[in-house]
Design a protein around this ligand. Structure first.
Ligand code: MG
Length: 381
C-alpha cells in the first residue's frame, strides 16, 4: 500500500427500504431537514472519494442531494451483492487502494469509527465494526420461548466494511449468490477480517422510529462553536460627543471616521465576521463607497448578525473592551448594553461592555483616539 492510501467510500443506496415507511425509500427521506443519504455522504466526504450505488428509478433524488459534493452515481442491481459489485466495477477505471463499503441508512457513523477501520487495514485484509451481543438470547416459536441461545462469540455487524480494493473486487468476482454483507464475501475468498469496536450510535435506519433516534444522535453532534475577535481604532477630531455601542456620550472631542466612527460597535461587528471567516466590515461595506459616509454603524452590525443567522449560527455572547482615558464609559455601560441587545436581538446578560485606560501610555494614553477589542461566540443553531 502507498504511504497515503487512496480511499473510496462505496455507499450502498439501491434498496427500497420499505419497512421504514414514507412515500419514498428511506435514504431519500429527510432527517433534521437533510436527506439521510446526504448525512451519510458528508460523513465520508473529508476522508474518501464518494461513489453511491442507486436504484435507476431514484437518480433524480440522488442527483438533487449530491449538490456541492463530488459523488459518482452508479446504477445498482436488485440484490445487495450485485449493487456492491456494480460499484466496485465502476471504481476499476481508477482503482483506489482501500474501499469502505457502507450502508446508506447508517448516517450516524462517527468519523473515529471510520478512521479505526482504515487504520486496522494496515494489518488485516479486512476490517469492520461490530458490537458484542449483550442481551440474553432465546429461541422462540409461535410467540413462546423454546430455549436459551448461547450468546458467546456473537456480534451485531455494522458498516463500513473496509478492504483493499483489489482483494474485495476479486472476492466479489469469485462469489456467486447473494451475501448478507461484504465480510461474508471476503471470508469466502479466505480474507481475514478484523472486528473493530462498533457503536450504538451507528444504527441502521430500518423502521419509522429509527428516524427519531438518528435525529437525537445527530442533534447532540452539533457542537460547532466558533470564536471571532475584532479590533478597531478611531482618532479624535474636534467635536462635542462620541458614539460608543450606539450611545451618544458627551465629550470635548469627536471620533473621526467614514461612518459614525463607533469604534466599539465596529470591533464587535468584526468579531462576528471573524467567527464566520467572513473578513471584516471593510469587505462588506467598502469605505470607498460614498453611501456609507456618516452611516449609523448599526447597519454593519445588523448585517453581521443577519449573516450569522442565515448561516445557521446563534450568537452566544459578545465581550467588548473600550480603551481610552476619557470619556468615562462606566456610567453609560447599561445604556450601551441595552442598545446592543436591541440591535442584535440578544438578552442583556449575553453582552459584556467594559472599559479600561492604558495608564496614560501610547496613543490612547495621550488621548489621541479610542481603541476597542471584542470577542464573539457563535454556536451552530
Ligand atoms: Mg472602524
Amino acid at each position: 500500500m502507498t504511504a497515503t492510501p487512496r480511499i473510496a467510500a462505496l455507499i450502498v443506496a439501491a434498496g427500497r427500504g420499505r419497512r421504514a415507511g414514507g412515500p419514498v425509500p428511506k435514504q431519500w427521506q429527510s432527517l433534521l431537514g437533510k436527506p439521510v443519504a446526504r448525512w451519510t455522504l458528508e460523513r465520508f466526504a473529508a476522508i474518501a472519494e464518494l461513489i453511491m450505488v442507486i436504484h435507476p428509478d431514484d437518480r433524480k433524488f440522488a442527483e438533487n442531494l449530491c449538490d456541492g459534493l463530488d459523488v459518482t452515481l452508479v446504477d445498482g442491481a436488485d440484490e445487495r451483492a450485485g449493487s456492491v459489485r456494480a460499484g466496485l466495477q465502476a471504481l476499476a477505471i481508477a482503482p483506489p487502494d482501500i474501499v469502505l463499503i457502507h450502508d446508506v441508512a447508517r448516517p450516524c457513523i462517527s468519523i473515529q469509527c471510520i478512521q479505526t477501520v482504515i487504520d486496522t487495514l494496515a494489518d488485516h485484509a479486512g476490517a469492520a465494526p461490530a458490537l458484542p451481543v449483550t442481551d440474553a438470547l432465546w429461541t422462540g416459536e409461535n410467540g413462546k420461548v423454546t430455549g436459551p441461545q448461547d450468546r458467546t462469540g456473537l456480534y451485531r455487524a455494522q458498516t463500513p466494511q473496509g478492504f483493499r480494493y483489489a482483494d474485495i473486487m476479486q472476492a466479489h468476482r469469485d462469489f456467486s449468490g447473494n451475501a448478507a454483507d461484504d465480510v461474508e464475501v471476503a471470508r469466502a475468498a479466505g480474507l481475514d477480517v478484523a472486528i473493530v469496536p462498533g457503536e450504538e450510535r451507528n444504527l441502521k435506519i430500518t423502521v419509522p422510529a429509527d428516524f427519531h433516534r438518528a435525529a437525537q444522535i445527530l442533534k447532540e453532534d452539533k457542537m460547532d462553536i466558533r470564536l471571532g475577535n475584532g479590533y478597531d481604532v478611531h482618532a479624535f477630531e474636534s467635536g462635542d460627543h462620541v458614539i460608543l455601542c450606539g450611545v451618544e456620550i458627551p465629550h470635548d472631542k469627536a471620533l473621526k471616521g467614514h461612518s459614525d466612527a463607533d469604534v466599539a460597535m465596529h470591533a464587535v461587528t468584526d468579531a462576528l465576521y471573524g467567527a464566520m471567516a467572513e473578513g471584516d466590515i471593510g469587505r462588506h461595506f467598502p469605505p470607498s463607497d460614498p453611501q456609507w459616509k456618516g452611516a449609523a454603524s448599526e447597519i454593519f452590525l445588523k448585517h453581521a448578525v443577519d449573516l450569522a443567522q442565515s448561516k445557521g449560527y446563534a450568537i452566544s455572547n459578545i465581550d467588548v473592551t473600550i480603551i481610552c482615558e476619557k470619556p468615562k464609559v462606566g456610567p453609560h455601560a447599561p445604556a450601551m448594553t441595552a442598545r446592543m441587545a436591541e440591535i442584535m436581538g440578544l438578552r442583556e446578560d449575553r453582552i459584556s461592555i467594559k472599559a479600561t485606560t492604558s495608564e496614560r501610555l501610547g496613543f490612547t494614553g495621550r488621548e489621541e483616539g479610542i481603541a476597542s477589542i471584542a470577542t464573539a461566540t457563535l454556536v451552530a443553531a
